[in-house]
Design a binder for this molecule. Sequence first.
Ligand SMILES: NC(=O)c1ccc[n+]([C@@H]2O[C@H](COP(=O)([O-])OP(=O)(O)OC[C@H]3O[C@@H](n4cnc5c(N)ncnc54)[C@H](O)[C@@H]3O)[C@@H](O)[C@H]2O)c1
Length: 255
Amino acid sequence: MLKIFKDKVALVTGGSTGIGRAAAVAFAREGAKVVIVNNSNIDAGRETVSKIKSAGGEAMFIKTDVSNANEVKEMVNKTIKAYKRLDFAFNNAGVGDTMAFTADLTEEEWDRTIKINLKGVWLCMKYEIKYMLKQGGGTIVNMSSVIGLVGLKGSVAYAASKGGIIQLTRTAALEYARMGIRVNAVCPSFIATPMNKRLIANNPKLEKTIKTVLHPMGRLGEPEEIAEVVTWLCSDRAMFVIGHPMVVDGGYLAQ
Ligand SMILES: NC(=O)c1ccc[n+]([C@@H]2O[C@H](COP(=O)([O-])OP(=O)(O)OC[C@H]3O[C@@H](n4cnc5c(N)ncnc54)[C@H](O)[C@@H]3O)[C@@H](O)[C@H]2O)c1
């Protein structure tokens, strides 16, 4: 079977678990060598690597905190040292399991969310793009959310970070549109991942609300359903798509 990402290299932040893991597996299935990045969940990251290798693919794990500039710079250097290229970057790592109304959110929680979700995506793009320019091109997908497009009570820092990611995406897409680098974002609704399990555990009514009100399809999304869109956005089939926050939401925003 033709593998569309043969000889390509994909980097996935937050690739140990959830949507990142599904995307890492999807890139590998299409023939890419995959770099899985995470600051914690190290065993789960190594499990993702094993899963890919046992299916005949190639992958490695790099421990990196995406909110730390030196570590992000090293993440790109190590990728190039190991695999000689960087074709696709899925800047997916993020946090979002704390819910508090605006007046109750602590400054520490605000700073943590913005630092990982928003600064982390910018830092990753900064070093990925520097290399992609030298290489002559590449494709980036940033992880936003439907909560980057609409509000959600109790999610002020998360919503601000995810809305900010859409603007980072649009701006970078314009800047590098003529230099062979395409930048897009993906905006999922509620997906069945460890992050959502924690969120639902802390807010027991949320699962029922998602299934009966928020998602017209009556279920949560699956990580693999997001991975499909991410790999499509990276492929040449999406050649004319740039600066786009692609919604994948089982109808959440259609209502
Ligand atoms: N699950 C959903 O419903 C949903 C919806 C929309 C967007 N998202 C976004 O998808 C992304 C992935 O989340 P998920 O749902 O798969 O949950 P998840 O918790 O399984 O994945 C997030 C991963 O990011 C890693 N991470 C956190 N901080 C990091 C840091 N500083 N450096 C490196 N890695 C770090 C975590 O260890 C974890 O492995 C997040 O950005 C999240 O905001 C999730």
